[in-house]
Design a protein around this ligand. Structure first.
Ligand SMILES: [Zn+2]
Length: 229
């Protein structure tokens, strides 16, 4: 068995690819998902399936009611933007930004890693094709890694040197899809849509669906997940 790692797994194709990378690097992976009141709770089923398919050792789902805080189209009664242009998606921080989400998620991953004796945490963030979320940037990840080593008993006593791995950070969506494809990832298990149709299909129009479509098109691959539009 390899070194133990905690992998944040949303059920989307980025985190699924990050998990496939961690497994390919020989890590024994404990995957962590959050039932945070997101509109697209469908992704939790995908996370469970991806964890099983890619060979996670254990899969933990934590419940956190971020709807009680709100402030995002994903956690409050705010419409999810649909049909935006590539330029619009690429500019500014959209309303689907969930306040401090990656800090909340990484804090829980860090706590679990400390308990498991794992020094390595994987997160599938990327700066390109990522909707401009501030907590997906390398300077944010570097700052969190410093915090991790200051904030924990394992860090202070020197029993662990925490590292936040971001294997996708400089890849385009197409690059991520190619990497996942090369690692044998089954994308039919992943879920990206922020607001599924009443019949359960992906909408094909939200920013996340549009970035996914563009990624598959640029990678020259067919997305096994059908969309309504
Ligand atoms: Zn969608």
């Amino acid at each position: 068995m390899g070194d133990r790692a905690v992998v944040l797994l949303s059920g989307g194709l980025d985190s699924a690819t990050a998990l496939a990378v961690a497994r390919a690097e020989g890590y024994d992976c404990s995957t962590l998902s959050f039932d945070y009141g997101q509109r697209h709770a469908r992704e939790l089923e995908s996370a469970r399936r991806v964890a099983a398919a890619v060979g996670a050792t254990e899969h933990l789902v934590l419940r956190l009611d971020l709807r009680a805080i709100g402030g995002s189209a994903l956690t409050a009664d705010i419409p999810v933007p649909k049909g935006r242009s590539e330029a619009a998606i690429a500019s500014g921080i959209p309303i689907t930004y969930v306040p401090a989400r990656n800090t909340i998620f990484l804090a829980h991953a860090l706590a679990w890693a400390e308990v498991l004796g794992a020094q390595d945490i994987f997160i599938g963030v990327n700066v390109l094709d990522s909707s401009g979320y501030p907590d997906c940037r390398p300077e944010y990840i570097d700052a969190f890694e410093r915090l991790a080593n200051l904030a924990t008993r394992a860090g202070v006593e020197g029993t662990s040197r925490f590292k936040i791995h971001t294997p996708l950070i400089r890849l385009t969506k197409a690059g991520i899809i190619r990497r996942g494809h090369d690692l044998g990832l089954d994308f039919s298990l992943t879920w990206s849509c922020y607001e599924p149709e009443p019949d359960g299909r992906a909408c094909g129009l939200c920013d996340s669906c549009l970035l996914r479509k563009k990624g598959f098109a640029e990678a020259g691959l067919e997305d096994p997940v059908a969309t309504a539009h």
